[in-house]
Design a protein around this ligand. Structure first.
Ligand code: GDP
Length: 445
């Protein structure tokens, strides 16, 4: 699917992971090569640029985890960024086919693989979900295309709407909906007519069909081999008829794969499926994680870094648990706690995980307890010396002033932080005596 991109990136990272220590220049050189590899794979310029920028930002801010090399860590960052680029805000939903009969509108240019994909999806729904499916071709310009859908339907053992000569696309859509409702079908596919290029007449027809059919899903089928053009077609179709997802076909070829990488970032629409051949089974759901793995071909390293990070975090949690159990809780501990909270998505994130806390999170934010506050508190702790962090009681008024100024904040805010720390330390001491702290911290981490 991504042979050439995968090969290029593979050789960049092979070199990187063999080095023990990495300079910033090493990372820069590697990222320049990544950028060229992406552009050669026909990833859009803006996406390639953002990609490299994001990786660089994360690579420089990264704490070094023991037991993996910096190069291996960079591979993991690139992998995660690939997943993010492919998946956007989150993974694509499953097809919405509740409330039967659900209509799925198939749109796209002629030759993109629309009819083939329609039949593949129907087969999948029939076999994997036991759905009753009806197929209808709306391609009134090409009788051969209508026949083709009927033939494919026969092959996969699902029904197709009988062809009636002289009907318009809208009339066929109406008949298909009626037939689907009366016949007790779960899903009805409307395979619209394609043209060689996007034109007004085609778009008008698809819009009228959409208005009548009220589809649950409008899937655009595009040829993955056409690279950046596929992304442009998706942008056009989305603007004119509104699509809910994309199916990229011909991903079995040695295409450059750029369409897959740019699609989500440029159009905002998820790739739902990929076509991997002419056979009726050659269709897969699109899974960003797996695709990123294929592009990089470095699954072992990604797994290794994940494991190392988990171990590192577990060790840290263990160390903290031991300290807390002894009633020890200094400013460094508080800072770790605050950083942990930020990592878990800040106040909102932490509270959002607890049932019924959503409202409280909002109230806390209104009262000024937000991520910014966490960051300010971390800045205050950073402005202290090592000794002061270990023993904040030693802080005199003049030092407090200097620390607050160092963090660019008010002394009042520092005093609040110190008070908060004192309360927490007292609580730790009490709980430490009971010996229950160790379990509590472990459960929390
Ligand atoms: P339509 O005009 O958009 O309906 O396109 P068709 O469904 O008729 O497909 C055009 C050609 O592309 C056919 O020969 C299909 O077998 C082929 N095709 C469709 N999807 C794929 C795919 O994922 N991989 C490959 N290799 N060929 C495909």
């Amino acid at each position: 699917m991504f042979e050439s991109l995968s090969e290029r990136l593979g050789s960049v990272f092979d070199r990187l992971t063999k080095q023990g220590a990495l300079t910033e220049a090493d990372v820069d050189t590697a990222l320049r090569e990544v950028r060229v590899a992406l552009l050669e794979a026909d990833v859009s310029l803006a996406v390639a640029r953002d990609f490299v920028k994001a990786v660089k930002g994360k690579a420089t801010g990264q704490a070094v985890t023991k037991s993996v090399t910096p190069g291996q860590q960079v591979v993991k960052i690139v992998h995660d960024e690939l997943v993010r680029t492919l998946a956007g805000d989150g993974p694509a939903d499953a097809l919405k086919i509740d409330n039967p009969p659900a209509t799925i509108l198939m749109v796209g240019l002629q030759g993109s693989g629309k009819t083939t994909t329609t039949a593949k999806l129907a087969k999948r729904l029939k076999e994997k979900s036991g759905k009753r499916v009806l197929l209808a071709s709306l391609d009134t310009n090409r009788p051969a295309a209508m026949e083709q859908l009927a033939i494919l339907a026969g092959q996969i053992g699902v029904d197709s709407l009988p062809i009636v000569k002289g009907e318009t696309a809208v009339q066929i859509a109406k008949r298909a909906k009626t037939q689907a409702a009366m016949g007790g079908y779960d899903v009805v596919f409307l395979d619209t007519a394609g043209r060689l290029h996007i034109d007004e007449v085609l778009m008008d027809e698809v819009q009228s069909v959409r208005d009548i059919a009220q589809p649950r899903e409008t899937l655009l089928v595009v040829d993955g081999l056409t690279g950046q053009d596929a992304v442009n077609v998706a942008t056009e179709f989305d603007g004119k008829v509104g699509i809910t997802g994309v199916v990229l076909t011909r991903m079995d070829g040695d295409g450059r794969g750029g369409a897959a990488l740019s699609m989500r970032a440029v159009t905002g629409k998820p790739i739902r499926f990929v076509g991997l051949g002419e056979k009726m089974d050659a269709l897969e759901t699109f899974e960003p994680d797996r695709v990123a793995g294929r592009i990089l071909g470095m699954g072992d390293i990604v797994a290794l870094v994940e494991k190392a990070r988990e171990t590192f975090e577990a060790e840290q949690a263990e160390r903290m648990a031991r300290r807390f159990a002894k009633g020890l809780f200094n400013m460094n501990d508080l800072r770790s706690q605050l950083e942990q909270m930020l990592k878990m998505g800040g106040m909102q994130g932490v509270m959002g995980m607890l049932p019924g806390m959503g409202k409280m999170a909002k109230a806390a934010e209104d009262a000024g307890f937000d991520d910014k506050m966490l960051r300010r508190q971390i800045a205050l702790i950073q402005a202290m010396t090592k000794k002061e962090r270990a023993n904040p009681d030693m802080l005199q008024a003049s030092r407090k002033k200097r620390i607050a100024a160092g963090a660019g904040l008010d002394v009042a805010e520092l005093n609040r932080l110190l008070k908060q720390h004192k309360q927490m330390a007292d609580m730790m001491k009490k709980m430490g005596k009971g010996g229950m702290m160790k379990q509590a911290v472990k459960a929390m981490m």
